[in-house]
Design a protein around this ligand. Sequence first.
Ligand SMILES: [Mg+2]
Length: 241
Amino acid sequence: MGQAQPRITAYGSGGFTSYDDAELEKQLSDWAEAGMKMVKMKVGSESGRDIARVRLAREAIGPDVQLGVDANGAYGRKQALAFGEAFAAQGVMWFEEPVTSQDRAGLRLLRDRLPAGMDVAAGEYGWDLQHFHDLLTAGAVDCLQIDGTRCLGITGFLQAAVLARAHHLEVSAHCAPTLHVPVCCALPHARHIEYFHDHVRIERMLFDGFRDAAGGRMSPSLDRPGLGIALKEADAARYAV
Ligand SMILES: [Mg+2]
């Protein structure tokens, strides 16, 4: 694929709504202390707690680490607009799926009306080129998310990324961080990789060649073929179904 950048920014992603305040605080501050320049948390399942949780997250990571939120489409349009303005007061700069990705007009409305400096992101469910085309032509996102495990693999990832480039947008890899390192490093306009808590745990457990995000950056293994990973067959055997 060639290399357009030697390493790619990784951001810590977790902050699940099932966490209590202490768990949320610890996970996000651990990532900040490990050198992550951005962390992301979930919002939307109990909206009454969201503003307090986001405030707590900001206090945990300090003023210099970027904070993103992911609502997984849980809000309505105007509700998302109101929450977005409140999150902006805490310096949130990434609002992922404020409304469902099926509501492209809603994403566009939010993209146009949310405060400056707050990006609207979506695309993680895309499994064919049409999905990405529709999001982009609707003007629904500021940064296109792509998941190589869902969108026809590396080939599909590259195709969706080219579409985004034609719309003057950057792309971000959704989950499966180790798999996305080579493909994101091959693209000059890949912004970052989602270093998703659960996937990091599974990759570390089941794959030789797992890449750590030390210092908030990831780089490909240039001494291993392909994606640079191999399934640890023996370790995986106990989970066979
Ligand atoms: Mg998401």
